[in-house]
Design a protein around this ligand. Structure first.
Ligand SMILES: [Zn+2]
Length: 56
């Protein structure tokens, strides 16, 4: 299952998530970024880092 932790991209945050699919995980990450980090959208370079940090 794909997994992601905010600290893997250098963010000081203890949030981590895992989901059934990559799409579902990316949705969870975008929701978290918006609600907990105040990002309306994830900037493209951060989004690339996020994708690289996801562990299957
Ligand atoms: Zn976070």
């Amino acid at each position: 299952m794909p997994k992601f932790a905010c600290r893997d991209v250098g963010v000081d945050c203890g949030w981590e998530a895992e989901a059934e699919t990559m799409d579902e995980l990316l949705n969870m990450i975008m929701h978290h970024a918006k609600h907990d980090h105040g990002m309306e959208e994830i900037p493209p370079e951060l989004f690339e880092k996020v994708k690289k940090a996801i562990k299957e």
